[in-house]
Ligand binder design. Structure first.
Ligand code: NDP
Length: 388
C-alpha cells in the first residue's frame, strides 16, 4: 500500500467555500492540437470547486483510501521540522503544485528512502531537482497542458493591464479620485506594438494566437521553429535567440521552462539591450530573470512595467522587493490555478496515480523523468546538468 504525501496551499482565510460565483464550468475535452484532457477512470470531486487547497485535497481522499492507501495533506512545507519533512521520510509519492511548491532538493530526495513518484499537479517540475530524481530512479510527472491556456489568458490580461495602465487607474477609483491625467500619462494602445515571446510552446503559441487580433507585430524565439504555415498564419518573425529578439520588441513575454539554459537569462545585459520603456511579462518562472536587475530596470525606466505571477521563493516573503517596486502588476502565483484549471489538474493527477498504482504506462506527454533519464515531455523541453 502506498503513502501519498500531498502539499497544497492553505484554505481561504474565511474557510473552505460553501458556495461559488458560478454553478458550472465549460466542458473542455481536448486541447489545441488534439491532446485529450485528463481521462481518469473516475473522479470524486465537483468541477468548479476549490481543489488545490488543503481541504480540497485534489479530490483524492476517497479514491486512495478506498483502495487501502494513505493520503497525508499539508501546507506546512518550509520551516525546519515541517510536516512535509517529517512525512517525507516514508512517503512513496509526493504531489505538489508550482503555486505552493514542495521543493524536492537533493538532500530531501536522499532522505526520502521510499520515494518513487513526484507528481506536479500543474505544469513545471523545476521545484524537483531533476538530476537527483534521475540518480535515485524517481519518476517525475506533470499534467501537461492542464493550465497552459489559463496562463496564456493571464499573460494577455497582464499585457493589456500594463500597457493601458489599468491597475493604477483602478486604484484611482478605489481611492475616490477622478484624476484622468494621472491615469493616462502612462497609458498606451497595444495596437501596432511589437510583441515577442521567449518560447512558443503550448503557452507561448497560445499567447501569440490570442494577441494576433490586436493588430500587433509578433515575434518569437524557441529551440525549435514552428511550422511554416503557423508562422505565415500569424505573421510571426522568428529570431534565433532572446538576445536577437528583444531589441525589436515593445512587449516581451517569457514562456519557457526554468532549466539550466534559461536560468538568469534576463539579467542587466539583456534588459539593457531592450528598447527603453519595454514591458516584460513573466508567468514562467522567477529565476529566469535576475530579481535585482528587474527592479533596477523599473526604477531607471528601462522597463516601463513588469508583471507576472512567479516569484522565488514561494510563498514570497512579506518584504520581497517586487511587492513595492514601481510600475509592476504582480499577482501571487495564481495564473494556472483558476477553478477551471484545478478541475483539469486534479483529474490529471488522479490519472497519473491510477496508472502508477496499477502499473500501467503514464502518458508520455505527462512524463518528465522516468527510468533514470529525461522522458516524454521532459526529454523535449527540459535540460538537466547540461543534458537536453
Ligand atoms: P511547453 O513545454 O509546451 O513549452 C515550453 C517551450 O519552451 C517549448 O517550446 C521549448 O522548446 C521552449 N524552450 C525550452 N528551452 C528554451 C530555451 N532555452 N529557449 C527558448 N525556448 C525554450 O510548456 P508550456 O508552454 O505549457 O509551459 C511553459 C512553462 O510555463 C512551464 O515550464 C512552466 O514553468 C510555466 N508555467 C507557469 C504556470 C503558472 O501558473 N504561472 C502554469 C503552467 C506553466 P522546444 O520544445 O521547442 O524544445
Amino acid at each position: 500500500m502506498a503513502k501519498v504525501l500531498c502539499v497544497l496551499y492553505d484554505d481561504p482565510k474565511d474557510g473552505y467555500p460553501s458556495s461559488y460565483a458560478r454553478d458550472d464550468l465549460p466542458v473542455i475535452d481536448h486541447y489545441p492540437g488534439g491532446q485529450t484532457a485528463p481521462t481518469p477512470q473516475g473522479t470524486d470531486f465537483t468541477p468548479g470547486h476549490l481543489l488545490g487547497s488543503v481541504s480540497g485535497e485534489l479530490g483524492l481522499r476517497t479514491f486512495l483510501e478506498s483502495r487501502g492507501h494513505t493520503l497525508v495533506v499539508t501546507s506546512d512545507k518550509d520551516a525546519a521540522g515541517s510536516v512535509f519533512d517529517r512525512e517525507l521520510a516514508d512517503a512513496d509519492v509526493v504531489i505538489s503544485q508550482p503555486f505552493w511548491p514542495a521543493y524536492l532538493t537533493p538532500e530531501r530526495i536522499a532522505a526520502a528512502r521510499n520515494l518513487k513518484l513526484a507528481v506536479t499537479a500543474g505544469i513545471g517540475s523545476d521545484h524537483v531537482d531533476l538530476d537527483a530524481a534521475i540518480t535515485h530512479g524517481i519518476t517525475v510527472a506533470e499534467v501537461t497542458y492542464c493550465n497552459s491556456i489559463s496562463v496564456a489568458e493571464h499573460v494577455v490580461m497582464m499585457t493589456l493591464s500594463l500597457v493601458r495602465n489599468y491597475l493604477p487607474s483602478h486604484r484611482t477609483v478605489l481611492d475616490g479620485g477622478w484624476d484622468i491625467a494621472d491615469c493616462v500619462a502612462r497609458s498606451y494602445d497595444l495596437e501596432g506594438m511589437h510583441v515577442g515571446t521567449v518560447a512558443a510552446g503550448r503557452i507561448g503559441l497560445a499567447v501569440l494566437r490570442r494577441l494576433a487580433p490586436f493588430d500587433v507585430k509578433l515575434h518569437y524565439t524557441d529551440r525549435h521553429r514552428l511550422p511554416d504555415e503557423v508562422e505565415a498564419e500569424l505573421g510571426l518573425t522568428f529570431h534565433a535567440s532572446a538576445e536577437e529578439m528583444v531589441p525589436y520588441c515593445d512587449v516581451v513575454t517569457i514562456n519557457a521552462p526554468l532549466h539550466p539554459e534559461t536560468e538568469g537569462l534576463f539579467g542587466d545585459k539583456l534588459l539593457g539591450s531592450m528598447k527603453r520603456g519595454t514591458y516584460l511579462i513573466n508567468t514562467a518562472r522567477a529565476k529566469i530573470v535576475d530579481q535585482d536587475a528587474v527592479q533596477s530596470a523599473l526604477e531607471s525606466g528601462q522597463l516601463a512595467g513588469y508583471a507576472g505571477d512567479v516569484w522565488y521563493p514561494q510563498p514570497a516573503p512579506a518584504d520581497h522587493p517586487w511587492r513595492t517596486m514601481p510600475h509592476h502588476g504582480m499577482t501571487p502565483h495564481i495564473s494556472g490555478s483558476s477553478l477551471s484549471a484545478q478541475a483539469r489538474y486534479a483529474a490529471g493527477t488522479r490519472e497519473i496515480l491510477e496508472c502508477w498504482l496499477e502499473g500501467t504506462p503514464i502518458r508520455d506527454e505527462y512524463l518528465i523523468v522516468q527510468g533514470g533519464g529525461l522522458a516524454g515531455t521532459g526529454a523535449h523541453s527540459y535540460a538537466v546538468g547540461g543534458r537536453s
